[in-house]
Design a protein around this ligand. Structure first.
Ligand SMILES: Nc1ncnc2c1ncn2[C@@H]1O[C@H](COP(=O)(O)OP(=O)(O)OP(=O)(O)O)[C@@H](O)[C@H]1O
Length: 563
C-alpha cells in the first residue's frame, strides 16, 4: 500500500500550510494525519466538528502528483469547498448534476492526460456508482494518477448511521476493483458510533494492520451543553408558543446583560451582534419564530432558512451568514414610530437543511427548539457553534410532549417508508429486494435507538453531558483500537473537579439544582392519556422489541436519570 512514499521525497508541509492554505500552524493531530496520508496509508479520522478534517486530505492532495478523488454527500458542501480551494489557487474541479457537458469534457481531458493538473476532484457517491465514471477512474488509475480517495462524512456508509446513503455502500468498489496497487483511502467523520465505525472499516476494505486511526474527543471542550426543561406544553406544534419565546428572550437577555456587565454598554454597542442558530422541526415554525424574535423589540435580527426557500434566497442568507461579521444594523423596536435599538443578536432560525458543513466561525450559540431527531444530529448541529475555538453554548429545549411528538414522527416516517415501494433503497439497482428491506428496517431501528439516546441525554440529571457524548461515540473504544488521539487541553487551574471543566449544566449546577429545574417540567401524566390513545399502539406494533417486558415505551427503566 505504501507505494507513494517515493513520490514525496521531502515535502515541507508547514510551508504548504502557510503558503497555500494561509494557516499559521497545524491543529493538534493534523500533522500526524496529513503525514500518514502522504506516506500512503489508509486513514480513518474521527474528529469533532470544526476540527479541520478537510485539510487532512486537501493538503496531501496539493503536495502530491496526481489526483485525489473526494466523495461528498451534499452539493452545498462540495461547492463551498471547491470555491474555497479555487480562491487560494488550488487546481480543483467538481463533476455533479450542475456541471455542463463542455466543462465535464474539459475536466476529463485533463484527467486522461497522464499528468493531470487537477489536484482534487469532488464528486457525489451516486456518480461513483455509474459504469461510465468507474471506467474513467480505471483509466486514470492505470496511468498511476489516482493517488487517493477521500470519503467525507463517511458515516453515511452505514445503515446504522443517521444519514445513511445507499450509494455510499457501493464505495466498496474502490478496494475491490482498483488493484495493483490499491488506491489509498481516507474516511472522515465527526459522528460515527462504534457500530458505524466497524461498518466503514469493513466496507471500505481497510487492512486493520496498516490502517492509521486518529481521533479527537467527540464532545467539544469549548461548548457548554445545556438542557432547558419547558414548564408548559404547546397546543399547536406549528406555532412557537409565547411561553417558550419568552423563555428564549430572557435567556438571550441574560447573555446580553452579562456581556454589558463585563465590557460596559458603550463597548458592547460597538461590537458586532452575537450570532446564533435556532433549529426548529418545521418550516412554518422557522418563519413564525424568526418573525416573533425580530419584532420582539430586543435588538434581534432573525431570518428563516429552510428547504422551501428559493436557491437564490438560501445562497444569499448563507453568504450573509458566512461573511465574517454581520454589521451592527439597528432593528425596529416593534413599537412603531420607527423606534430602533442596536442589533444585539443575529440569528438564523433553520430546519436541519442548514447543517453539515456550515462553517461560520463566530456562531456563539445553537438552540434546539425541540429535541433533535438523532443524537448524531444533535452533535453535528450544535457543532456549528464555537468554530473559532472560543466559548459557545448548545441549548436543547425539552419537554415530554415534544419527546412524544418526535417519537410519533419517527414512527410515522417508518410506517410511510414501509408502505412506499423502494423506500430508501430507490437508488440502488444492484441489491435484491430482501436486502433492501433488511437495510431499511435496520436504519429505522438505528434512528429509534439514536433518538432514545437523545432522550437519555436530555433526561439525565446525574451525568456530565460531555461524558455522555464521548460514551455514545465510543471515544475510549477508538483509543483501544490503536487510535492516535489528540491531547485534551487541560485548564490551567488545578481545581478542575468536573470531567468537562464545568462546561455543562450538570457539572455547573450540580445534581440537586438540575433535578429541581427538571421537576418543574410539566408532569408527564398530563399527556399519558393522549399517548395511550395515539402513540403506544403504533409504536408497539412497529417496534415490538422495544416494548417487550418494559414498563415504559422508552425501553427498560433508565438507570441514569431520576425522571
Ligand atoms: N490548522 C488550522 N488553522 C486554522 N484554521 C484551520 C486549520 N485547519 C482547519 N482550519 C479551519 O477550521 C474550519 C473548519 O474546518 P473544516 O470545515 O475542515 O472542519 P470539519 O472538521 O470538516 O468540521 P465539520 O465536521 O463540523 O464540518 C475551517 O474554516 C478551516 O479553514
Amino acid at each position: 500500500m505504501l507505494r507513494r512514499e517515493a513520490q514525496h521525497p521531502k515535502v515541507d508541509i508547514d510551508f504548504t500550510l502557510r503558503r497555500v492554505f494561509g494557516k499559521q500552524s497545524f491543529r493538534p493531530l493534523q500533522r500526524e494525519v496529513i503525514s500518514a496520508a502522504i506516506d500512503g496509508h489508509d486513514v480513518f479520522l474521527q474528529a469533532s466538528t470544526s476540527f479541520g478534517k478537510s485539510l487532512c486530505f486537501q493538503l496531501p492532495a496539493v503536495v502530491s502528483n496526481g489526483v485525489t478523488l473526494v466523495i461528498s454527500p451534499l452539493l452545498a458542501l462540495m461547492t463551498d469547498q471547491v470555491s474555497a480551494l479555487e480562491a487560494i489557487g488550488v487546481a480543483v474541479a467538481t463533476i455533479n448534476s450542475t456541471t455542463g457537458l463542455p466543462e465535464r469534457r474539459k475536466i476529463m481531458d485533463d484527467l486522461f492526460s497522464g499528468h493531470p493538473k487537477t489536484r482534487l476532484l469532488y464528486v457525489t457517491p451516486e456518480l461513483c456508482q455509474t459504469e461510465a465514471f468507474r471506467r474513467n477512474l480505471q483509466i486514470i488509475h492505470s496511468q498511476g494518477q489516482l493517488i487517493r480517495v477521500a470519503i467525507d462524512e463517511a458515516h453515511c456508509i452505514s445503515e446504522w448511521g443517521h444519514d445513511f446513503r445507499p450509494a455510499y455502500k457501493e464505495l466498496s468498489w474502490f478496494r475491490l476493483m482498483l488493484k495493483n496497487p490499491p488506491v489509498p483511502m481516507s474516511a472522515l467523520t465527526a459522528t460515527a458510533t462504534p457500530r458505524v465505525r466497524a461498518d466503514i472499516i469493513k466496507l471500505l476494505g481497510f487492512d486493520t494492520g496498516t490502517l492509521k486511526i486518529f481521533n479527537t474527543p467527540s464532545a467539544r471542550p469549548n461548548i457548554h451543553y445545556e438542557v432547558r426543561y419547558l414548564t408548559d406544553f404547546a397546543s399547536d406544534p406549528t406555532m412557537p408558543e409565547d411561553f417558550q419565546v419568552d423563555d428564549l428572550l430572557s435567556w438571550l437577555k441574560a447573555i446580553q446583560d452579562r456581556r454589558i456587565a463585563r465590557l460596559g454598554s458603550d463597548a458592547v454597542s460597538r461590537l458586532p451582534p452575537m450570532s446564533g442558530i435556532i433549529y426548529v422541526p418545521l418550516r412554518v415554525v422557522c418563519d413564525q419564530l424568526a418573525g416573533a424574535l425580530s419584532s420582539s423589540g430586543r435588538g434581534i435580527q432573525a431570518v428563516a432558512y429552510h428547504a422551501g426557500l428559493s436557491t437564490t434566497d438560501r445562497n444569499r442568507i448563507q453568504a450573509m451568514w458566512t461573511s465574517t461579521k454581520p454589521p451592527p444594523t439597528p432593528v425596529d423596536r416593534g413599537g412603531g414610530e420607527g423606534e430602533t435599538v442596536p442589533t444585539a443578536f443575529s440569528i438564523i432560525v433553520a430546519t436541519n437543511a442548514f447543517g453539515m458543513g456550515i462553517d461560520n466561525p463566530h456562531v456563539r450559540f445553537v438552540v434546539h427548539w425541540s429535541p433533535p431527531r438523532s443524537f448524531e444530529g444533535l452533535v453535528q448541529e450544535s457543532g456549528r457553534a464555537g468554530r473559532d475555538g472560543c466559548a459557545a453554548v448548545s441549548l436543547v429545549y425539552y419537554n415530554t410532549q415534544e419527546r412524544d411528538r418526535v417519537l410519533d414522527r419517527l414512527g410515522r416516517d417508518a410506517e410511510n417508508s414501509n408502505n412506499r415501494p423502494g423506500g430508501i433503497m430507490n437508488n440502488s439497482n444492484s441489491r435484491n429486494r430482501e436486502d433492501a428491506a433488511r437495510l431499511k428496517k435496520q436504519n429505522h431501528k438505528a434512528r429509534l435507538e439514536s433518538f432514545q439516546k437523545v432522550i437519555r441525554y436530555c433526561e439525565t440529571t446525574i451525568r456530565c453531558r460531555h461524558e455522555m457524548i464521548k460514551e455514545y461515540f465510543g471515544d475510549l473504544e477508538l483509543e483501544m483500537m490503536g487510535s492516535q488521539a489528540a491531547p485534551v487541553p487541560q485548564p490551567s487551574t488545578t481545581l478542575r473537579t468536573s470531567p468537562c471543566d464545568f462546561a455543562c449544566d450538570f457539572c455547573k449546577e450540580g445534581r440537586q439544582a438540575l433535578s429541581t429545574r427538571k421537576r418543574k417540567m410539566v408532569a408527564e401524566s398530563a399527556v399519558e392519556d393522549w399517548m395511550e390513545l395515539s402513540m403506544v399502539p403504533i409504536m408497539r406494533a412497529m417496534f415490538p422489541a422495544q416494548f417487550r417486558g418494559a414498563g415504559s415505551m422508552y425501553g427498560p427503566q433508565c438507570q441514569e436519570c431520576d425522571y
